[in-house]
Design a protein around this ligand. Structure first.
Ligand SMILES: Nc1nc2c(c(=O)[nH]1)N[C@H]1C(S)=C(S)[C@@H](COP(=O)(O)OP(=O)(O)OC[C@H]3O[C@@H](n4cnc5c(=O)[nH]c(N)nc54)[C@H](O)[C@@H]3O)O[C@H]1N2
Ligand SMILES: Nc1nc2c(c(=O)[nH]1)N[C@H]1C(S)=C(S)[C@@H](COP(=O)(O)OP(=O)(O)OC[C@H]3O[C@@H](n4cnc5c(=O)[nH]c(N)nc54)[C@H](O)[C@@H]3O)O[C@H]1N2
Ligand SMILES: [Mo]
Length: 759
């Protein structure tokens, strides 16, 4: 292993006893019932429930406990004994709760009753479901259709999501922004442009056959820990792993499998990355170009020596377009530019290139480190360029692997949650439900936030999530969110978005996927789609946290019935009684993807919806896979300037997005606080700061607007110069809503231009 991999800050490998301790610490804090272990044993298995956390796929041959530290925490978080009911709200006004931390808000436990905000007292008060639906329906009828937004975070199953999108369209708009607008929208738009697929191209078996993984800005140890199992297997059979990440992430350094008793007793670590390259934030375009340059040079040498080609020339000729122009750019770009823009040495990039060339089959894995940049689309196009050079897409053991976030974030898109009309079979909707679906594109998150700021968006319904805390320009967002006519939040736990109620505001508490969803025809199952486009059924068996809870699907149909004019084709009651009827509708709308849906939903590992790019069928404009010539060498929209830093917003090991489980980021050695600013020692010294000093960050975005976050303690961390780190969501006050990926409008959360101020 190259000796550039060490983790001075971290506290031992990913997984291992640290992972078990961390699960049980949350267990203690969230106090779930003892039957919790029985529940965990059913997680991610046929006949069990699908994890409420991330979208990592479920293998056919599952482990005795098919869950990870992250999933176990998420399940416990839902199964807590704590309750946040009407009594709690009698004791606390929202003004008071605004002073609470995200962690403390969610620690109050599961929401138990529908709640209405009372402006006279500044408190939420208990309401009935009927009252909630009727009032919401009446207000929606009154509002201008275009001024209403139907947001969803990727939790809800396919059935509720399909009906939610139908509700929006039958109401009269396509305003269906989703959490992926802040996340993998760059993939949906960028990957479609170059390979014609909005999702990744690999399946589980490819993980077992690949010779090398190239990781760009994805952190499996924290965010998709079950990925560490196939990575460990891959390492055992000699596969290579090369990682590009400004931060040394422990899960990409070493792993002790907490499900392997021998490994646990012996502390047997598997080294994960063979080479770990600390690229600067936003420097991946140059880094990937450097690898491509190594490949082209090796190909030139092979041609000169009469050896076999390094480029897959047959594949390139048959399947791609744009090759010549791209190669010209590769040849013309000097190493000095590549080194400057990536922050890496030529030798290191050549070593990565040699690994790439030596591998017959390569998988390119990526996450937020590529997507959340001003040129996120270019980042993804560059990764595709690299893979195409050696035919590494649409072949066994090779492909493109964006790792998705929420458990059903990909699936919600598949069944119609999308603001772009071209993605939706509107003719089918018309045929099935006998109404004219709206023809105008709806709002993306960025448009929705800007609409709130401009006063054109007047109401938001949220199917899950914590939008106010997840978007940039949070200070403005708090003001304009509360100025809306109506805010409706379908939630499991209390969060900051609830504390800025609109003129009329409702919290509607829903079941978690672990819980029994009893309807007239019995306990209902739901389905979700994972990152590999596999669809799996899920059945909850726990007693619901409160008798008052309704399923997400029942809440959607409750609102729909109270809002829409009668249409005999919209059978909200029937669908609520029996979710299999909704699956029939999904199958009728998307027959190629969901054939024999009800029969196949419990197949081990889920059933595969298929992917054309996986079969080398390219649904791009050119009907080929596209080589993209980069127009710049980094992923930023700003230049370096004196005193300006690139701020990465990070996830700790102890959070799921805006849900903060605790204050232990043990892989990075940060305990008891999230109010930190990570910088390399050289930058600390050059800026005249010292470790332990408390500083503020201020925005250095082109609009010149004042945005500030104070109270951050400077900590030395192994980072590239010029790149600094702080936590998401706290740092969202520093980002501008206009600072986003050019192509897809995904907020650029991984290189926010900031200055450091010490008072
Ligand atoms: N425990 C836990 N699990 C989660 C989540 C969670 O919050 N907690 N969130 C879920 C969701 S919604 C999502 S989308 C996924 C997110 O999972 P990831 O995609 O892993 O997201 P992040 O941790 O935000 O960032 C990934 C990595 O990018 C690196 N990075 C930052 N900037 C750059 C760059 O310019 N270049 C490169 N190469 N790397 C960079 C960071 O150091 C980090 O290691 O995880 C899901 N799973
Ligand atoms: N600066 C910065 N900003 C970011 C990111 C970043 O890396 N940096 N990441 C972005 C990404 S990748 C994402 S996906 C977004 C996340 O944005 P969101 O999806 O909006 O936020 P979450 O934190 O996942 O939402 C948490 C809330 O969801 C509710 N919830 C939990 N489980 C359920 C359920 O089963 N059903 C329902 N109805 N509600 C439930 C709970 O009330 C909980 O408080 O944030 C984005 N924002
Ligand atoms: Mo995400």
């Amino acid at each position: 292993m190259a000796d550039n991999i060490s983790n001075p800050e971290g506290k031992g490998p990913a997984g291992g006893w640290g992972s078990v301790k961390s699960i049980f610490r949350i267990y203690g804090e969230s106090s779930p019932p003892p039957a919790f272990l029985e529940t965990l044993s059913r997680q991610n298995k046929p006949g069990g429930f699908m994890c409420v956390s991330c979208a990592w796929p479920k293998p056919k041959n599952y482990h005795p406990f098919e869950f990870c530290e992250n999933g176990a925490k998420a399940t416990m978080w839902d199964l807590t004994n704590s309750r946040c009911g009407p009594d709690f709200f009698k004791k606390h006004t929202v003004e008071e709760l605004k002073g609470w931390k995200d962690h403390d808000l969610e620690m109050t436990g599961r929401l138990t009753h529908p709640l209405r905000f009372d402006h006279a007292t500044g408190q939420y008060v208990e309401a009935t479901w009927n009252e909630a639906f009727q009032k919401i329906g009446a207000t929606l009828k009154r509002l201008e259709k275009k001024s209403v937004v139907f947001y969803s975070s990727g939790h809800a199953g396919l059935e509720a999501s399909y009906l939610y999108a139908l509700l929006a369209r039958a109401y009269g708009n396509n305003n269906l922004p989703q959490s992926s607008n802040m996340c993998h929208e760059t993939t949906s738009v960028g990957l479609t442009k170059v390979i014609g697929s909005p999702v990744g191209t690999i399946v589980w078996e490819d993980l077992e056959k690949t010779d090398a993984f190239f990781f760009f800005g994805q952190n499996p140890g924290t965010n998709s820990p079950r990925f560490l199992h196939p990575l460990q297997e891959a390492k055992k059979r000699g596969a290579k792993i090369v990682t590009f990440n400004p931060v040394i992430e422990q899960g990409l350094v070493s792993f002790v499998n907490p499900q392997n008793p021998l490994d646990m007793v012996t502390g047997n670590e598997t080294k994960i990355s063979d080479q770990y390259l600390q690229v600067q934030a936003g420097g991946d375009v140059a880094a990937m170009l450097g690898i491509c340059k190594t490949v082209v040079e090796a190909d030139d040498a092979a041609v000169a020596a009469g050896r076999a080609r390094v480029l897959d020339v047959d594949f390139i000729a048959e399947h791609t377009t744009g090759f010549d122009k791209f190669i010209e750019c590769v040849r013309d770009t000097p190493w000095s530019d590549i080194v400057r823009e990536s922050g890496l040495t030529e030798a290191d990039l050549r070593e990565a290139g040699a690994t790439y060339i030596a591998a017959k089959r390569v998988i390119g894995v990526y996450g937020m480190g590529l997507t959340q940049h001003s040129q996120g689309g270019l980042n993804i196009a560059m990764l595709v360029n690299l893979l195409l050079l050696r035919g590494n897409i649409g072949r066994e053991g090779a492909g493109c692997c964006p790792v998705r976030g929420h458990s059903n974030v990909q699936g919600q898109r598949t069944v119609g949650i999308a603001e772009k009309t071209k993605l939706i079979p509107m003719d089918k909707l018309k045929e099935l439900f006998d109404f004219d679906p709206p023809t105008e594109d709806g709002t993306h998150i960025v448009d929705a936030v800007k609409g709130m700021m401009a006063g054109t968006i007047r109401a938001t319904i949220s199917l899950g999530g914590n939008l106010l805390r997840a978007v940039p320009d949070q200070v403005d967002m708090e003001r304009v969110w509360a100025e809306q006519e109506l805010t409706v939040m379908v939630s499991t736990k209390l969060n900051r978005s609830h504390l800025f109620p609109g003129k009329e505001a409702w919290i509607l508490p829903c079941l978690s996927r672990t819980e029994i969803d009893m309807q007239a025809t019995g306990n209902q199952s739901v389905t979700t789609e994972d990152s590999f486009s596999h669809i799996s059924g899920s059945i909850g068996k726990r007693t619901p946290a409160s008798k008052q809870l309704q399923s997400e699907l029942a809440i959607v149909t409750g609102i729909a019935k109270a809002t829409l004019d009668h249409n005999p084709k919209l059978k909200w009651d029937e669908w609520t009684r029996d979710y299999s009827l909704v699956r029939n509708l999904i199958e009728a709308t998307y027959p190629d993807d969901f054939k024999h849906y009800n029969q196949r939903m419990f197949e081990p590992g889920g059933f595969y919806r298929g992917n054309d790019a996986h079969d080398r069928k390219w649904n791009t404009e050119e009907k080929k896979a596209v080589f993209t010539t980069p127009h710049q060498l980094n992923a930023l929209s700003f230049e370096d300037a004196p005193g300006r830093f690139r701020l990465i917003t990070m996830r700790s090991n102890d959070q799921f997005n805006t849900t903060i489980y605790g204050y232990s980021d043990r892989f990075r050695g940060i305990e008891g606080t999230r109010d930190v600013l990570l910088m390399c020692p050289e930058d600390i010294a050059a800026a005249g700061l010292r470790e332990g000093q408390v500083v503020s960050l201020v925005s250095d975005f082109e609009d010149g607007k004042h945005r500030e976050l104070g109270g951050l303690t400077v900590r030395a961390h192994k980072l590239p110069r010029g790149t600094i780190g702080g936590y998401y969501p706290e740092c969202n006050v520093l980002n501008a809503i206009d600072h986003h990926d050019e192509m897809s409008k995904t907020p650029a959360s991984k290189a926010i231009p900031v200055k450091i101020v010490s008072h």
